[in-house]
Structures are given as structure tokens and as C-alpha cells.
Design a protein around this ligand. Structure first.
Ligand SMILES: [Cu+2]
Length: 210
């Protein structure tokens, strides 16, 4: 365009200049273009990760903490020599697997205590102490500490042993102890317990002699 500015009125020059400026440069007060949405937009909720498939609980896992109890009628087997074989499990959950078993009066008994747990005897020791009839396992268990029970005497103080029919030693996780004794000639109910401090409330049972 070859228009001489001199030929135009000065107001027209200003108008043309204004239009030219308006077309070429953005007005100063125009808000800046929004930044790319990725930086500034409210974060979209992250897509939920695929839920990991729940491992199917096998019966063994589901019952991991449950103690497999042995019913009284299955707790004793008599071997070829006529000896009553009794196996009592014990656990880190402070439980016996056998709470009742029956032997004949005067029968030879071989009793095995198994500690099925992992904890040491100092923290989760177990024994089986079978008491004379008429003894109360709660009273007996409570008296053990008063009479000087300790790991050194298997929590069975010397002064209390005449109230006992038979007893195992105090064992820890993975250990076993087997004792052999003759069942009393007198039929009756003979309480048993673990004498580790605080265990007798949960760890007790009865040997029935018939
Ligand atoms: Cu115990």
C-alpha cells in the first residue's frame, strides 16, 4: 500500500496506527493463555489399580491359629504291651490339644508332651503336671510362685511334688518330653495343668482313671 501519510489527516493516521497495533500485538490486559492443562488442572483420580486377586484361603491357612483339638476318645491308644499311649500337644497360643483322657486303674501310661510352637521355654514353657484327686488346679497353679517356682525347678517346687501323680519337665517350642508312670489304683478324676506362671487358667484338663 502506497499511501502517503502526508496526504492523510492526522486523525486518520492515528486510527490506522491504532488498528495496526491492535491487530499485531495482543492487548496488554488480556489474561495470559492458560498453561497446558496437564500442569494445572485438578488431578484426575488415578485409575484404580487392578485389585490383586485375593489368594484363596486354604483351610490350613484359615485355621492357622486354631488349635487342632484331640477329642477324649482319640487321645489314648493302647499299644501291644497294654501301655496307654497319650500324646498331648501344646502351642504358642497357650493351649493343650488334649483336655481329657481316660486310662485304666493301675495301667502303665506313657505320656508325651509336644511343644508345637516356636517360643522358648523361658517365655512360653509348658509342662504337664497331674495332680492327686481332690487337688484344685487353680489353687495349685497359684501356689507355685508362692512356693518358689522357677525355671530351675520346672515351676514345680520341691515342697509341692508330693501332691503330684506325675509330671513332665518344662519344655519350649519344638521340644518333647515323654514320661512313664503307673495310673493310680483308685478310679477318679485327676486334674492336670501347666504350671508355667499364668498358664493354668487356660492350660488344664483331667485324666480320668476308671
Ligand atoms: Cu504352659
Amino acid at each position: 500500500m502506497t499511501i502517503s501519510l502526508r496526504a492523510m489527516p492526522s486523525w486518520l493516521v492515528l486510527v490506522i496506527a491504532g488498528l495496526w497495533l491492535a491487530g499485531c500485538s495482543p492487548p496488554a490486559d488480556e489474561p495470559p493463555a492458560p498453561p497446558p492443562a496437564a500442569d494445572d488442572a485438578p488431578p484426575l483420580p488415578a485409575p484404580a489399580p487392578e485389585p490383586a486377586p485375593e489368594p484363596a484361603a486354604t483351610p490350613a491357612e484359615a485355621d492357622e491359629d486354631a488349635v487342632e483339638m484331640v477329642p477324649p476318645e482319640e487321645a489314648v491308644s493302647v499299644d501291644d504291651a497294654g501301655v496307654a499311649q497319650v500324646t498331648i500337644g501344646s502351642t504358642d497360643q497357650m493351649q493343650f490339644t488334649v483336655r481329657e483322657f481316660t486310662v485304666e486303674a493301675g495301667q502303665e501310661v506313657e505320656l508325651t508332651l509336644i511343644h508345637e510352637g516356636r517360643l522358648a521355654a523361658q517365655v512360653m514353657g509348658h509342662n504337664v503336671v497331674i495332680l492327686q484327686p481332690g487337688e484344685d488346679y487353680m489353687a495349685f497353679g497359684g501356689q507355685v510362685m508362692i512356693e518358689g517356682g522357677s525355671m530351675d525347678n520346672d515351676y514345680l517346687p520341691e515342697g509341692m511334688r508330693d501332691r503330684v501323680i506325675a509330671y513332665t519337665r518344662m519344655i519350649g517350642g519344638g521340644e518333647t518330653d515323654t514320661i512313664r508312670f503307673t495310673a493310680p489304683d483308685t478310679p477318679g478324676e485327676y486334674p492336670f495343668l501347666c504350671t508355667f506362671p499364668g498358664h493354668f487358667g487356660a492350660m488344664n484338663g483331667v485324666m480320668i482313671v476308671r
